[in-house]
Write a protein that binds this ligand. Structure first.
Ligand SMILES: C[S@@+](CC[C@H](N)C(=O)[O-])C[C@H]1O[C@@H](n2cnc3c(N)ncnc32)[C@H](O)[C@@H]1O
Length: 365
């Protein structure tokens, strides 16, 4: 009889037992992207029937307004005959489908010039993106990395992409900073512990690490610097504007922000690795600082609520309501409110725009 394939939890337990504790980053990487059993490799996590919902799944207005925003940015770039409209981590493809439908109506010239470039590592989600964009007239390509897309004028959209990239965590102890690791208890359960070595690489620590108390936790996202460096390279030889929309903090901070979500509820990130969505708060200050260092123009961070209202969310809501049934009207209003209400997504989610120097400021900055 064929033996059952070991689960991700069993493989990680085996690895820790043989080789010792693994970093938080390695644990998150395995949970999210293990080729056989990683969360994003094995399922369609988004939507009411999945584990969580994102802004484009809440209201079509989100993608539509980003489509109109892209048309403005394209005009600012001098309306090039062709450009890359890149989306990083496009999920179910809903944002892009809504954006392109809006472009077809109000900016057909921009739509004609667009070549869609999806950066997506999940096969199940690639299939969903294909289906969501089946009526799209412009060419669509898929890539594993931004670096694989040819250079050229580019508009890049990334909604809830950075929060899904793994972090390293560091814990302050009496003798300095230690990498936070994942190990096993005597009962074989996963647990956190500070690694034995102190960290000497100052580039991952804050400029004034002495100011923090023992027990403080810091997070550092290793994939961010290479991403910004690639954007900066592309922004040097061609006009480029990138918009990042994510949840996070703007003044730097400390603390363990790993959260695990399954079936629309918070769960323990160490329970059943690979079965829940793991994310962490985005450090917008770190993004902003590094982007400036790379010579990019930075706009924001601005709250999602302010951004969407400035782009005309209220007007678009009214237009949709004019043709809606009572049931549809309720969904349209509650969806729009959820995106902009400061108590819901309006304040926690922020917008950061990175652009080639010398382009006109993007709306609404
Ligand atoms: C939280 S979902 C956001 C989906 C979509 N942007 C939305 O708003 O509905 C994260 C997305 O990023 C993708 N992703 C995660 N890590 C990735 C990586 N390293 N490279 C490319 N895509 C990645 C996931 O497969 C998924 O499509």
């Amino acid at each position: 009889m064929a033996q059952a394939r070991p689960t991700l939890a069993e493989r990680l337990r085996d690895q820790i037992a043989k080789e010792g504790p693994i970093t938080v980053e390695a644990y998150m990487q395995a949970c999210m992207a293990d080729p056989q059993q990683g969360y994003y490799r094995t399922r369609n996590p988004l939507g009411a029937e999945g584990d969580f919902v994102t802004a484009p799944e809440i209201s079509q207005i989100f993608g539509e307004l980003l489509g109109l925003w892209s048309a403005e940015v394209w005009n600012n770039m001098g309306a090039p005959d062709s450009f890359h409209l890149v989306e990083m981590g496009p999920g179910r493809g809903t944002l892009m489908a809504d954006a392109l439908r809006a472009l077809a109506q109000v900016a057909p010239g921009c739509l004609d010039a667009a070549e869609i470039q999806f950066v997506e590592t999940s096969s199940p989600l690639r299939a969903q993106q294909k289906s969501a964009c089946q009526h799209v007239t412009c060419p669509i390509h898929w890539h594993d990395r931004l670096n694989d897309i040819p250079h050229g004028p580019t508009i890049l959209i990334a909604n809830e992409f950075i929060d899904a990239l793994p972090v390293r965590q560091f814990v302050k102890q009496h003798d300095g900073w230690h990498e936070r690791m994942v190990t096993l208890t005597d009962d074989g359960e996963f647990t956190f512990l500070p690694g034995s070595k102190t960290i000497t690489d100052q580039s991952v620590l804050p400029s004034d690490p002495q100011a923090l108390k023992n027990g403080a936790i810091l997070e550092f996202r290793p994939d961010v610097a290479p991403l910004i460096e690639e954007i900066a390279r592309r922004a040097t030889d061609n006009p480029m504007t990138a918009i990042f929309i994510d949840y996070g903090y703007t003044h730097g901070g400390t603390g363990d922000t790993i959260q695990a979500v399954k079936d629309h509820k918070f769960t323990d990130p160490l329970k059943q690795p690979g079965s829940a969505d793991l994310t962490t708060h985005v450090d917008f200050l770190a993004l902003e600082k590094y982007a400036k260092l790379q010579g990019l123009e930075v706009f924001g961070p601005m709250s999602q609520g302010h951004f969407l209202l400035s782009l005309g969310l209220a007007v678009r809501t009214k237009k949709l309501l004019a043709k809606a049934s009572q049931e549809q009207a309720q969904l349209i209003v509650s969806g729009a409110q959820r995106l902009v209400d400061p108590e819901q997504m309006g304040a926690l989610f922020k917008i950061l725009v990175l652009a080639s120097p010398n382009l006109p400021s993007p709306v609404p900055f």
